[in-house]
Design a protein around this ligand. Structure first.
Ligand code: LMR
Length: 400
């Protein structure tokens, strides 16, 4: 039955883990997959998560099914966190249909499946570049992928006028996938003014914003990182949003996320929800509970929430510190302001802006692994390996 299948190369991001594990260099550094690592290079379980798990272990009385929607209390708390002060009004309006999903990937896929049911093959415009997995998650559900210009590798900034120009080719009803904050892979985020201009364009051309928020709290803070999503909810008649708790709660393998639809009218919500539930039932039936129960516990407890905020701030500030460290260290090595842009970008990722053979050389000769595009996970850097990393990068650049 399967004899005709051809071997395909490993996932470009997940394949880096394999290469890194096989390397025997004691100084090796993994700057590949986007997981947060602390100063000791550990992806530790957050204290607030441990506390919530301890509580659940004592208090949880049943593991019976919750149904395709998952934990409704979790979803409500997450919508409040994402949508902020305005959430009360919009949640009460009945125009939001949301449910718990297995991570942000599950949210994106379920959203795409539902969109494709309603408008088969509709176009979804994604940034060039975007997270590599956006394409299979949305495209394999049947949506047609189109790209709009976003990051200019020459200037190392967003080419916003090209972005707006590119989106003028979109037709009424097309979706526009936007990263709420901490753009993956570039780290270059839209300014508040740019979000306003983009909303105006989407309104004028009747485009549907589709927001992927995987890093709330990793950029500036919880509110500023949700600025674009909240603006879209306020200004646009419909919107889709996908939220991940992988990074900001460190719950990667527990698969915790939310998908939400803001409908034009509350009358649309019951039918939409019935299809959403059927889509879920047909793919994975119900989401895993544990991680969502942990998040609901943290957000529902004043004490745990306060502890979580401290831990979240620590993660964000450490990443920012490493961004500054990289820029300063490269400046001290004679590269002037060449790497200063890294300091102004946000979230886990930035492109180093080096070519594929330099990326390969860093892996082969120095055990420093990153995506072929030169995207690095800044959280893989720490006080112990920064000098080795910058020294190796400087040597490779000077030799080219
Ligand atoms: C990444 O971009 O590295 C992360 O979002 C992890 C993943 O699943 O690709």
């Amino acid at each position: 039955m399967f004899e005709h299948l051809q071997l395909i190369p490993p996932d470009p991001l997940l394949g880096i883990i394999d290469k890194f594990n096989k390397d025997t260099n004691p100084n090796k550094i993994d700057l590949g997959v986007g997981v947060y690592k602390d100063e000791n290079n550990q992806t530790a379980v957050l204290d607030c998560v441990k506390q919530a798990e301890t509580f659940l272990l004592k208090k949880q009385t049943s593991k019976s099914y919750l149904g395709p929607n998952g934990d409704k209390n979790f979803t409500r708390l997450m919508c409040q966190l994402a949508l902020g002060e305005q959430s009360a009004g919009i949640l009460e309006s009945g125009r939001i249909s949301a449910l718990q999903t297995p991570g942000g990937c599950g949210a994106l896929r379920v959203a795409a499946e539902l969109v494709n049911r309603s408008k088969p093959g509709v176009k979804v415009w994604v940034s060039d570049p975007t997270w590599a997995n956006h394409v299979p998650l949305l495209g394999d559900a049947g949506l047609t992928i189109e790209k709009y210009p976003y990051y200019d590798h020459g200037t190392k900034t967003i080419d916003f006028s090209a972005m707006l120009e590119g989106l003028k080719a979109a037709q009424s009803g097309d979706l526009v996938l936007l990263h709420a904050c901490c753009h993956n892979p570039s780290g270059a985020d839209l300014s508040q003014q740019q979000w306003h201009d983009l909303c105006d364009l989407m309104l004028e051309r009747e485009l549907v914003p589709f927001i992927d928020m995987a890093y709330q709290g990793f950029g500036e803070d919880l509110d500023k990182d949700a600025f674009g999503l909240r603006l879209v909810i306020e200004k646009c008649p419909e919107a889709i949003f996908c939220i991940s708790c992988s990074k900001n709660f460190g719950l990667y393998r527990d698969r915790v996320g939310v998908v939400g639809f803001m409908n034009v009218s509350k009358d649309t919500s019951p039918a939409l929800m019935s299809h959403l539930v059927q889509v879920v039932r047909g793919i994975y039936s119900m989401p895993p509970d544990h991680g969502a129960a942990v998040v609901a516990n943290i957000l529902g407890s004043e004490e745990l929430r306060a502890g979580w905020l401290v831990e979240l701030n620590t993660m964000r500030e450490r990443i920012q510190h490493m961004r500054r460290g990289l820029a300063d260290n490269m400046a001290a090595k004679g590269f002037g302001e060449d790497f200063r842009f890294v300091e102004s970008e946000r979230g886990m990722f930035s492109f180093l802006g080096i070519n594929p053979s330099q990326v390969q050389q860093l892996g082969d000769e120095y055990g420093i692994y990153m995506a072929d595009s030169s995207r690095i996970n800044i959280a893989g850097l720490n006080a112990n390996n920064l000098e080795y990393f910058c020294g190796s990068l400087a040597t490779v650049l000077s030799a080219s």
